[in-house]
Design a binder for this molecule. Structure first.
Ligand code: FO1
Length: 328
């Protein structure tokens, strides 16, 4: 069975680990979000691609869900000793090697998709990991400028766009996000293999990744949303919101920026029945099922907490079962 999964960071990676366990013989292609990418110290860092690669390749720092296990931070300390920032983004020594190899290959003219394939040769994640695009896309967040003139001031209300990672990591999403802008997405095109994988898929899954800055960013690459809508195979998603709150991360902050309530049904309706055929909500959100079904999206309430690989495997099996129900 050929499965295509749109994945962001931690939630997507943990779901993929369960999916591999549930259907070990499946041919899984992951379309990874690259809007979180950031250039630091002259290096290109791809957080969501690396989280999938490390998690499925066995190198992830399990509690964090990002970065390497067994890290040291000598390079980070030395950079700080030189007064070279930023210090708020924790890059470890082992992780630096990934960014050095990636940046070296990109400087040599390789596209990000070829670089990702080369890095995965070492990690053997057991899936085909494709960046959503080889073009540069970086998500920025429009916030009230904490250092600017007071809001409503003649200088235009004091708002500024900051890089997603600064918003997410340095500011911990503590400022109101007025808009989420995937800079460069409009000019980007799907990476080689992306549209082909979607066209060849037997089922397409939206894991419990951030619907705005992860899956939303992938769908912002021209051609991808249309290819999924026209694929003619079941598209099934799993809610990242349980009981009115994100399971992890701060998805509610960015959902508010796009005017979507942080509820299991609101996220399904945000994707829409033009995209989704099926939607899994957690058992605590059983009351949300009718609203999703009324929107023309088949909906089931099942346990959605990925407490371990087996729990994630059960969720993946439920999603595949719902896909077969929808296909019938
Ligand atoms: N997240 C944090 O909360 N703090 C960090 O210092 C941090 C460093 C970091 C380094 C490399 C990397 O690949 C990811 C890192 N992340 C960190 C996580 C990152 O912000 C998120 O994984 C995604 O961008 C959101 O899914």
């Amino acid at each position: 069975m050929r499965i295509v999964v749109l994945a962001g960071g931690i939630g997507g990676a943990r779901f993929l680990r369960g999916l591999k366990s549930a259907v070990p013989d499946a041919d899984i292609t992951v379309i990874g979000n690259t809007g979180d990418d950031i250039h630091l110290f002259g290096l290109k860092v791809c957080p969501d691609l690396d989280t999938v690669m490390y998690t499925l390749g066995g190198g992830i720092h399990e509690e964090q869900g990002w970065g390497r296990a067994g890290e040291t931070f000598a390079v980070k300390e030395e950079l700080a000793a030189y007064g070279v920032g930023p210090e708020w983004f924790g890059l470890g020594d082992r992780d630096f090697a990934t960014h050095i190899v990636r940046t070296q290959m990109i400087s040599a003219g390789y596209p990000l998709s070829a670089v990702t394939e080369a890095l995965c040769d070492r990690w053997q994640p057991g899936v085909r990991l494709l960046p959503m695009t080889d073009d540069r896309v970086e998500t920025h967040v429009l916030v009230d400028d904490p250092d600017g003139p007071p809001k409503g001031d003649a200088e235009g209300g004091g708002r500024k766009a900051i890089h997603f990672q600064e918003y997410w990591v340095r500011l911990r999403a503590s400022l109101t996000a007025h808009a989420i802008v995937p800079v460069g997405a409009e000019q980007s095109k799907p990476a080689p293999g992306v549209l082909e994988a979607i066209a060849a898929a037997d089922v397409i899954l939206f894991p419990p990744s951030n619907p705005v800055v992860s899956i939303g960013t992938i769908l912002a690459v021209p051609g991808i949303r249309e290819a999924i809508a026209d694929a003619g195979v079941p598209v099934v998603g799993l809610s990242p919101i349980v009981g009115g709150a994100p399971v992890r991360g701060m998805a509610d902050k960015v959902l508010a920026a796009v005017g979507v309530e942080a509820t299991a049904d609101a996220v399904a309706l945000h994707y829409g029945s033009g995209l989704l055929d099926g939607w899994l909500v957690d058992t605590v959100d059983t009351a949300a099922v009718p609203a999703v079904e009324e929107a023309g999206i088949r909906c089931r309430a099942v346990p959605l907490m990925m407490t371990d690989v087996d729990a994630a495997a059960r969720m993946a099996a439920e999603a595949l079962a719902l896909a077969e129900e929808v296909r019938a």
